[in-house]
Structure formats: C-alpha cells, structure tokens
Ligand binder design. Structure first.
Ligand code: AKB
Length: 314
C-alpha cells in the first residue's frame, strides 16, 4: 500500500497531482502539504509545511507513515531570477531536507527537474538525455544541482530517487506562478475572456510543452516502473510537443477565428527562453519506462478551451 506525502501540494503540479494520486491510491493515503492553507475546503489529509523546516518535514512523514515523498515545492524560473538568493535557499534547502528525510525514513523519492537545467551551449534541437548542461539562470543552476544530488543519494545511499525534466506544463486547473513558459497557459484564458493576447515571448521562440494529464501520468508511471529497467532514474527528458507563440495562436484560431496575438517581449523571460532548448529528445524515458504522451497541440487546445469555458462559465 502506498502512503505518499507531497510538498508544494497547492502549486500548479501539486494541486492536480494530489487529485490523481488520491484517485489511484485512496484519499487517506496521500498527505498534501504546503506553506499556505488552501482557500476552499480540504478533501483529504492536509498539513502546513515550510520545506525549509527539516524537523517538521521529518515529523509529518513519520506520523503519516509515508513510504514515498514527492517533493514539488519550488520557485520557478522567472521568479528565481528576481530573487536568486531566496531561490537558492528555497529550492536547494527544500530539496536537501526532502532527500535527507527520505534517506532517514527509507522513502521512495520523486522530484521534477526541468528543461531549465539546459543552457545556451546545450544542443538546441532534439536535445539528448545526456549532454552539456551549463544553464545561465539561478533556476537552472538549482535544477542541475538537484539532478546531481538525486543521483548522488541513489549511488551513495541506495535511495530510490526518480525524476523527470518537465517542459512547460499547461493546465486548466491551477495557474503556474512565475515561470517562463506561463504564456502558453495565459493565452488560453485571454483567448476566452478577451479574444486577444499579448505575448511576452517573441514569435519564433520554440519551447517544449506538455498537457498536465500527460505530466501526471508520467509521474505515476515512472514511480511504478521496474527499477531493474531504469538506467537513468533521475531527470528523464519528457515532452509532448514543441511550439512557438504563433503556432499556439493558430491552434486557438481554429476554435476562435477572431483571436489575435500581439507581442510585447519581456527581455528577462525572453533571455531565459532563448537559453533553453527548442525541442528535447524523450527516447530514454520511452525506452526505460514506456513514457508516452496522449496530447499534441491541437488535442490540448480543444480540451483547454472546453474546460476553461466551463470553468469561467462563458
Ligand atoms: C518555468 O517556465 O520556469 C517552468 C519550467 C519549464 O520549468 N515551467
């Protein structure tokens, strides 16, 4: 029986991951934790946790009887560039605490890395699983360090660490906060609410993306995968599509013909996007644990617009 504790459970991934895990493993077997209280009613176990508080993390995991820790709490790329020292302390402090708690209690461990772990000297097209990683952002430095730490805890202590490099994630439930790829979520809201969108990312800037249901299924599949088949364990490249702003706009136009996109480029987020790959190669994830995405751009757009119209009651 799995007993899973999740940090950052009210974040973009965490809030939907909790629902997915509870439907797979039972409501009472998933402990959601976050630094803030949820706005609405809490359906299932919830505890307040600041991930920089190692003792409280340990106490909660022990009391809950966790056998798995999924560490999702992190500051995203654009926010990390605004406050690099805070980002280091939160992203690395939280990760070290969660790895240590997992080592002490013998927990299976998951944490996401990101396409942000790559940098301008990384091959830009079909970026290999194992390649040059010299990121030029604080978020990227955190992510590469995190990938290495997870490998280290596996090699040194035999901890069952697993992880993926997520691309931009698009969801109709929780909004992302402070990422570079957030435009690809904002655009759907604005398309429905205003029929137009001004992109802070320039036309022609390709980045990898994935729809949230595929991201959640990838986490479950990797955690369930036969460890004997895992050569990499951590930081698997996963992606479902690569597009640039005018392509997502064209996909939206198929449903909202009057939709218009304009550009007002934010130099900070554009520089981050320019330092990342255009498209990454997920073949190691496919070969080692059967990664497969169900949604391409047009299928995702149809579902996003449908769900958002229901949510926004338009
Ligand atoms: C971000 O834009 O910071 C994240 C990511 C790709 O890790 N969505």
């Amino acid at each position: 029986m799995k007993k899973i504790m999740v940090t950052g459970a009210l974040g973009q991934i965490g809030s939907e991951l909790i629902t997915k895990l509870r439907s797979e493993y039972g409501t009472d077997n998933v402990l959601a934790t976050d630094i803030r209280r949820p706005n609405g009613a809490i359906d299932g176990p919830f505890e307040i946790l600041d991930v920089t508080d190692a003792q409280k993390m340990n106490d909660l995991a022990k009391e809950f009887g966790a056998d798995t820790l999924m560490h999702m709490a992190a500051l995203l790329s654009a926010k990390a560039e605004e406050s690099p020292l805070f980002a280091w302390n939160l992203n690395m402090g939280g990760l070290m605490n969660s790895l240590e708690v997992s080592r002490e209690l013998g927990l299976q461990f998951f944490t996401p890395s990101s396409i942000g772990a790559f940098g301008p000297s990384t091959p830009k097209l079909n970026t290999p699983q194992d390649t040059l990683q010299r990121p030029t952002t604080m978020y990227g430095v955190n992510k590469v360090s995190g990938e290495l730490l997870c490998d280290y805890y596996f090699e040194r202590f035999g901890l069952d660490t697993r992880g993926v490099r997520f691309p931009g994630l698009i969801s109709n439930v929780a909004q992302p906060g402070g990422g570079t790829t957030d435009y690809a979520v904002d655009i759907y809201y604005k398309a429905i609410e205003e029929g137009k969108y001004t992109s802070y990312i320039a036309e022609g800037t390709y980045m990898d993306m994935m729809y949230m249901p595929d991201a959640l299924q990838a986490i479950v599949n990797l955690m369930e995968a036969d460890p004997a088949k895992l050569i990499h364990r951590n930081a698997f490249n996963v992606t479902a599509m690569s597009f640039e702003p005018s392509q997502i706009a064209a996909s939206i136009k198929k449903h909202i013909p009057q939709f218009e996109i304009a550009y007002d480029v934010d130099p900070v987020r554009q520089a981050i996007a320019d330092s990342w790959p255009d498209s990454i190669d997920p073949s190691a994830a496919i070969a080692e644990w059967g990664f497969k995405a169900q949604y391409d751009l047009n299928k995702m757009t149809a579902d996003m617009l449908l769900k958002l119209k229901q949510k926004l009651a338009i």
